[in-house]
Design a protein around this ligand. Structure first.
Ligand SMILES: NC(=O)c1ccc[n+]([C@@H]2O[C@H](COP(=O)([O-])OP(=O)(O)OC[C@H]3O[C@@H](n4cnc5c(N)ncnc54)[C@H](O)[C@@H]3O)[C@@H](O)[C@H]2O)c1
Length: 358
């Protein structure tokens, strides 16, 4: 059986999940890990039995035996330089979202991957959520007929919101609705977004880090389908990484309602109160099974590399998603709809907006 040497750079929450998943696979010859926090590096090395553990990602870049790299670092400013160096070194790369902070950086990564003929994908884990996969199947096999509308409402706990918005000035559209834009555009392919109107609302988070609590966006597709996406991060911290999602899809011949709110199981303890177990966006290892999407997603990418198959998420699609949530930020600021793809003047305004936020 063919096996490969694999690395995970950044072994915090998500990188820890990816490293543990890979450590359990018979497709992985040797697992290498990299993390700048020595105590976490030691913890994940112990948990995974990694062959090597380093504080410097250049050790991964410069190791020719490593073919596949998962990049799960924060802050998100690290995504572009680390992915660029790994792709330049000829490694296949799965990079967590966001693909980059600027569209030019995303283009650069996509070009390097093409030039070096390596696989490059973005961690849009929701594609591996069985409920979303079912929606794709029911649209593709014609059960719903012509799709008319899609609505996604996603809310995260405020403790998770604080963690995310505290490290980087990216909006709920860029950090949360990005997953929903990705899978909805996938569901509706080959339709493309042509216009977006977004509004942001302030509340709990503004005094902490200046962020909106929630953003709602209406996206018009080129075939007329209307997409409504809401994303927020201000739910009370009943469970630190809690995420709940409600999805409504209507079509001419049918409709599909998906309850992904994790309300079908909850844990209540005297000490911790109510907790929504198994409700995080990536999911979690539960002994011998993985409850959620990041485990299967991690293995999917490895198998694509071994079998020379295209990964589920094309980086050009991730770029389209990035352009759309960037337009959402611009629309919320201007209080008017923004056309897609972005015009040169919209791109210039976006650059000004991003510079003001930094
Ligand atoms: N797909 C999903 O469902 C999902 C869910 C949550 C987060 N994410 C994305 O995954 C990424 C990671 O999020 P997280 O919550 O795991 O973050 P985290 O902060 O828990 O972990 C990131 C780790 O990267 C390490 N790091 C930073 N710079 C490094 C470097 N140069 N070399 C090695 N390690 C370095 C940090 O020390 C930290 O341990 C984020 O970009 C986020 O957008 C995806």
């Amino acid at each position: 059986m063919k096996m490969v040497e694999v690395a995970v750079i950044g072994t915090g929450w998500c990188g820890g999940i990816r490293a543990l998943t890979l450590s359990q696979s018979s497709l992985v010859d040797r697992l290498h890990i990299c993390e700048i926090r020595p105590e976490r590096l030691a913890e994940v090395k112990e948990m995974t039995g990694a062959a090597t553990a380093t504080l410097d990602y250049q050790d991964i870049v410069n190791n020719p035996a490593i073919e596949v790299v998962y990049i799960s670092t924060t802050p998100e400013t690290t995504h572009y330089p680390i992915a660029r160096d790994c792709l330049r070194a000829g490694k296949h790369v799965l990079l967590e979202k966001p693909i980059a902070l600027e569209l030019a950086e995303a283009d650069d990564l996509i070009n390097i991957a093409k030039q070096n003929n390596v696989k490059f994908t973005i961690g849009y884990s929701q594609r591996f959520n069985p409920k979303i996969a079912y929606a794709k199947k029911k649209i593709t096999d014609g059960t719903l007929g012509q799709v008319v509308s899609v609505m996604v409402s996603r809310h995260l706990s405020r403790s998770l919101g604080k963690k995310i918005a505290g490290r980087v000035k990216l909006s709920p559209a860029a950090m949360e609705s990005t997953h929903d834009l990705d899978f909805v555009f996938w569901l509706l392919a080959p339709a493309k977004p042509v216009r977006i109107y977004s509004q942001g609302a302030y509340g709990y988070m503004q005094p902490l880090n200046g962020s909106y609590d929630c953003m709602w966006s209406i996206v018009t597709m080129d075939n007329g389908v209307v997409v409504t996406i809401g994303g927020g991060w201000n739910l009370p911290p009943s469970y630190p990484n809690y995420c709940q999602t409600w999805i409504e899809i209507t079509g001419v011949d049918g409709s599909l309602m998906l309850d992904d709110t994790a309300r079908d199981h909850w844990l209540n303890t005297v000490e911790g109160g109510q907790q929504f177990a198994m409700s995080t966006m990536p999911g979690e290892h539960v002994d011998h099974v993985f409850a959620g999407q990041m485990g299967p997603e991690t293995m999917h990418f490895l198998e694509c590399c071994l079998r020379d198959k295209p990964p589920m998420v094309d980086p050009m699609h991730a770029r389209m998603v990035m352009e759309t949530y960037s337009a959402a930020d611009l629309s919320a600021e201007r209080h008017e709809p923004v056309g897609l793809p972005l015009s040169n003047s919209a791109l210039a305004e976006l650059a000004e907006l991003q510079a003001a936020l930094r």
